[in-house]
Design a binder for this molecule. Sequence first.
Ligand code: F3S
Length: 80
Amino acid sequence: MYTIVDKDTCIACGACGVSAPDLFDYDEEGLAEGMLDHNQGTCNVPSSLHEDLQDAFEGCPSDSIKIASESFHGDPLMFD
Ligand code: F3S
């Protein structure tokens, strides 16, 4: 499972870092980014973090957290 944040739609609400502190951090503008792969969506998320990821996904108010079974190769809209 792979994840990436669409920083064009993130509103810096901060919820994802609370739900999944090992997966999401924030840049200097407060926009979220995936920690495992510098927000490229190329790193397979360990199964131990899948529940946190699902919580973050469901809690994002702007649907900016993307999840897929394949790598995003840096493009959050790859599977939209
Ligand atoms: Fe942004 Fe959604 Fe996280 S708005 S800060 S990606 S919960």
